[in-house]
Design a protein around this ligand. Structure first.
Ligand code: NAD
Length: 482
């Protein structure tokens, strides 16, 4: 049995309450590791070590901090295969996905912010002959980073990298469902002699370790990615203490397909945008709106492709569709499929748990599921399922699809498939979403702002937005005098 420890002040630490929780492999349902069920004492120790490290780390030059981020980027790259195997085992995602998307992205996150910080500048505002203002962007101090299980190292490093680059010290909590690659990152920090206390990783449950980070008075900013209900709870703790807050929350994203699209590209990309990582990506499109003239053709072709997506052992390099992250999450997804039927939905494909043979016979697998015949405003079409479930609906006009696409409480991302340029621009500007992809999905340029509107979040990550979040602007006004 592997045992993950907290990483505090550059050293492994056991939980001070002596409590451990079990962590299972989703593909087999079998426990393979334990993580510390940390409490407020462990968080306090991590914050103390981050506070101690702050003066030295924040006074390093941008080039020196950049150097350390590159050490981590290169270190993950050197161990890419070990990280990929760990991510797949811990999360249930196909190892090929971890190897080609998750871990390369963690490498890129550190590299990107290592470079970005050397280009980060601040503003000055001339007042003509009267004087000048210039703005310093200074690190905040100790910041908290809390991340989810769906893209464990990818999203953890997406927060840690800009926080560190900007000169903050960090107390981070990975999801308790997927602690493995955070443990490997801590191990890498120790191996490479990363400055102790600058990055601290505390494992634990959201309600205990997570809330302790949010509540600690010395944690001045919280960057959180996870569910909308959790975001609301965190905002309730952080807002009265006037902490800076960045919230990346849930989604219920529309995919809008017009008859004039590049059909074959749209088809293969819509399979991806629906079912990549078993639909457990906040950016997956779970409501597919198809112009009526191609609806039946799309339905037939889409389902033919979905039938090729067979849930299988994620550790097999040929597997493209793995397990759901936990038994609880599998039950939630199956409950939503049951609800869809009660609401009048017709299951066109999938809809059931899959029981595999051999090593994975007790794993948490659900078929990719396609449903039609549901009204746009029913619960299945309004609530986030966050699994391998999509609905199909035909539409006739642009106004109609826009209204239906915008009808949920969420506003993270949207995809438009059309060759009509005017329509693409028009719709993109009216969709209530932080990110709109036209004729593509999940094409990412790390310089762009990333985040959602409505109940999908507050604030933006990515590029200079992240560096601005993790710094405090201070304006200095100088009068020239006579
Ligand atoms: P979650 O909200 O349950 O947990 C996320 C993290 O928050 C975990 O580390 C958890 O331990 C911690 N947490 C839970 N309760 C807490 C509390 N009271 N105080 C402090 N921390 C707490 O989410 P999840 O199930 O891990 O992830 C799935 C959700 O994340 C989905 O809703 C998905 O859409 C969302 N998500 C959003 C984005 C985005 O960029 N907008 C990206 C990925 C996932």
């Amino acid at each position: 049995m592997m045992q993950f420890h907290n990483y505090i002040g550059g050293q492994w630490q056991k939980p001070s309450n002596g409590l451990w929780c079990e962590n299972a492999e989703p593909a087999t349902g079998q426990t393979f590791s334990q993580w510390p069920d940390s409490g407020s004492e462990d968080v306090a120790a991590a914050v103390a070590s981050a506070r101690q490290a702050f003066p030295t780390w924040s006074s390093l030059s941008a080039e020196e901090r950049s150097y350390w981020l590159m050490v981590l980027s290169d270190g993950i790259q050197e161990k890419l295969e070990e990280f990929a195997q760990a991510e797949s085992k811990d999360n249930g995602k196909p190892v090929v996905l971890a190897r080609t998307v998750d871990i390369p992205r963690a490498v890129a996150n550190f590299r990107f912010f290592a470079q970005a910080i050397t280009q980060f500048s601040s503003e000055s505002h001339s007042m003509g002959s009267e004087g000048i203002n210039y703005t310093l962007r200074q690190p905040i101090g100790v910041v908290g980073c809390i991340s989810p299980w769906n893209l464990p190292l990818y999203l953890l490093t997406w927060k840690i990298a800009p926080a560190l680059a900007a000169g903050n010290t960090v107390v981070a909590k990975p999801s308790e469902m997927t602690p493995y690659t955070a443990h490997l990152l801590a191990e890498l920090c120790m191996e490479k002699g990363f400055p102790p206390g600058v990055l601290n990783l505390v494992h634990g449950k959201g309600a205990s370790a997570g809330e302790a980070i949010c509540q600690h008075p010395a944690v001045k900013a919280i960057s959180f990615t996870g569910g909308t209900a959790t975001g609301k709870r965190i905002a309730g703790i952080a807002a009265p203490a006037f902490k800076k807050l960045s919230l990346e929350l849930g989604g219920k994203n529309p995919t809008i397909i017009f008859a004039d699209c590049d059909y074959q590209t749209m088809l293969s990309q819509t399979v991806r945008s629906s079912f990549a990582n078993q639909g457990q990506i906040c950016l997956c499109g779970s409501r597919i709106f198809v112009e009526r003239s191609i609806y039946e053709q799309f339905k037939a072709d889409f389902i033919q492709k979905i039938l090729l997506l067979k849930p299988a052992d994620p550790s097999d390099p040929a597997t493209r569709f793995g397990a759901l992250v936990s038994e609880g999450h599998m039950t939630k997804v199956l409950d939503y499929i049951r609800l869809a039927k009660e609401e009048g939905g017709i299951i066109l494909s999938g809809g059931k748990r899959v029981l595999l043979e051999g090593r994975c016979r007790e794993g948490w697998f659900v078929e990719p599921t396609v449903i039609e015949g549901l009204p746009y405003d029913c619960r299945t079409n309004q609530e986030e399922i966050f699994g391998p479930v999509v609905t199909l609906a035909p539409f006739d006009t642009e106004d109609e699809v826009l209204q239906q696409a915008n009808s949920t409480e969420y506003g993270l991302s949207a995809v438009i498939w059309t060759e009509n340029l005017s329509r693409a621009h028009r719709l993109a500007s009216h969709l209530e979403a932080g990110i709109v992809w036209v004729n593509c999905w999940l094409v990412r340029d790390l310089r762009t702002p990333f985040g959602g509107v409505k109940n999908s979040g507050v604030g933006r990550e990515g590029g200079m937005e992240a560096l601005r979040f993790f710094t405090e602007p201070k304006n200095i006004c100088i009068r020239y005098g006579a």
